[in-house]
Design a protein around this ligand. Structure first.
Ligand code: CU1
Length: 470
């Protein structure tokens, strides 16, 4: 059943989860290559190979973060949580999943036609003139975008129309609300990423000059279109992570969720604000100066709805009788890790500090704190929490705690030092770096940390196999 076109939401949820756990493993191996290269300033791979590895790591991880929770746990849990028999459009649901394997094939064959070296952001002019792998990347992302849009549409229709009698919107489990909020963003914003890449494709193959300054085009136009999707996309990645975290915190604190309505308002506030903050990625790119203060202010306003979510989380564990099982440990770690990612975000949203921090390792540290420390830790909380529901078996608790301990230490060992190397001015997206700048020690620690995370994921894989087999 799991290798065929199947319209059952549980089967599709498992298909998504298994697929993205594998993609996560692959993208993680690429991260090890990146960290190996950066262990010392010496040149191991060289610039071309490094850029391709870094680009592939970026886009695969973005895909994992966008689709693993929504497609996997969202598909599996949402119909069960609202008392629906299945998703609103079961065949569309299966289609959304089966659009993913071609995406994987395109991305993984790209290295054989020269790869692409423009990162997951694919900025022109580089993305218009580089090797042919870029074309495969563009086609892959357009297909992946279609899958996201259809998935978002399906989830929204399901949540609005398929609830059992008596399941009003404000009685829905908080995870369902988080899927609903993220799906609105998927449905509305994904098209802009696809559109920006199709314009790049036209510039490459049809002779248009959308991004060619000599022909009257403007490369900055791409960045506006791209970030108009890609900032909201970070909330597609984190909102369902928040949803899982709140579910798990409530369960293992043995209390109902605190300030449920505030958390819902927080999710919806994030959806609204997500569409008006994109230019915070462009403070140093030559955008008009008068746009800086409004975008800074709007971005910093995001702290308010995010603060509501944290209020709900902290109020839930406050005076709870905490039961520190593996899912709970991961959920508590989400709060710790994401708090760091949130606070460092303020310095990046602030024009004056961002001018210094832009394109340094501080940025890399910031978004890995939110996306690994937040989303990936939440995915593990969700997998440990719902695995028994899916399989009828528990994941091993001892191995789970070992995985958690190794991963929490490894994660912070990897990304805390990146704040330091970033503050010292180390640029991101480089395969080598100057000696004598004080960057060596921090890079050594980051690399040790990265391999520690890999060890933790290995423990998870062992736990998964052992728990399924025995
Ligand atoms: Cu952003």
């Amino acid at each position: 059943r799991f290798f065929c076109f199947n319209t059952d939401h549980k089967v599709i949820g498992v298909q998504y989860l298994v697929t993205f756990v594998i993609v996560f493993g692959l993208a993680g191996l690429l991260a090890m290559v990146v960290r190996w290269e950066l262990l010392t300033p010496a040149r191991d791979l060289g610039g071309d190979a490094y850029n391709q590895v870094m680009s592939l790591h970026g886009i695969l991880m973005v895909a994992v973060a966008v689709a693993a929770v929504l497609g996997g746990l969202g598909n599996y849990c949402v119909p069960l949580m609202i008392g629906a028999r299945d998703m609103a459009f079961p065949r569309l649901n299966a289609l959304s999943y089966w659009l993913i394997p071609p995406v994987a094939v395109l991305l993984l064959t790209a290295p054989f036609v020269g790869g692409w070296d423009s990162g997951w952001t694919a900025y022109p002019p580089l993305s218009v003139v580089n090797a042919g792998g870029q074309v495969l990347f563009i086609v892959a992302i357009v297909i992946f975008g279609l899958s996201s849009i259809l998935g978002g549409l399906n989830a929204i229709a399901t949540i609005l129309r398929m609830r059992a009698p008596g399941m009003t919107m404000l009685r829905m489990p908080i995870f369902v609300w988080s899927v609903f909020a993220a799906s609105i963003i998927s449905l509305l914003f994904t098209q802009f990423f696809a559109a920006s890449l199709i314009l790049v494709l036209l510039d490459r193959v049809a002779g248009t000059q959308f991004f060619e300054a000599a022909g009257g085009g403007n490369p900055l136009l791409y960045q506006h279109l791209f970030w108009f999707y890609s900032h909201p996309a970070v909330y597609v990645m984190i909102l369902p992570g928040f949803g899982i975290t709140l579910e798990v915190l409530a369960h293992f604190s043995r209390k109902p969720l605190f300030a449920y309505r505030a958390a819902v308002a927080g999710f919806l506030g994030i959806v609204v604000l997500s569409g008006v903050v994109w230019a915070h990625h462009m403070f140093t790119s030559g955008m008009a100066n008068f746009m800086q203060i409004p975008f800074m202010t709007l971005t910093e306003l995001i702290s308010i709805p995010t603060g509501l979510v944290f209020l709900s989380a902290l109020g839930t564990i406050w005076r709870g009788r905490l039961w520190l099982r593996t899912p709970m440990l991961f959920a508590l770690a989400v709060l710790f890790n994401f708090a760091i990612g949130g606070v460092t975000g303020i310095y990046l949203a602030d024009v004056a500090t961002d001018i210094h921090l832009q394109d340094t390792y501080f940025v890399v540290a910031h978004f890995h704190n939110t996306l690994i420390g937040g989303t990936v830790f939440a995915i593990f909380a969700g997998i440990y929490y719902w695995f028994p529901k899916m399989t009828g078996r528990m994941l091993d608790e001892t191995l789970g705690k070992i995985q958690f301990a190794i991963m929490f230490i490894g994660f912070n060992l990897t990304f805390f030092p990146m704040h330091m190397s970033g503050l010292l001015g180390m640029p991101r997206r480089v395969y080598t770096y100057s000696e004598g700048m004080g960057w060596d020690l921090w890079n050594l620690l980051s690399t040790i940390g990265a391999f520690t995370i890999a060890a933790a994921v290995l423990v998870f894989m062992i736990n998964f196999v052992v728990s399924i087999m025995l």
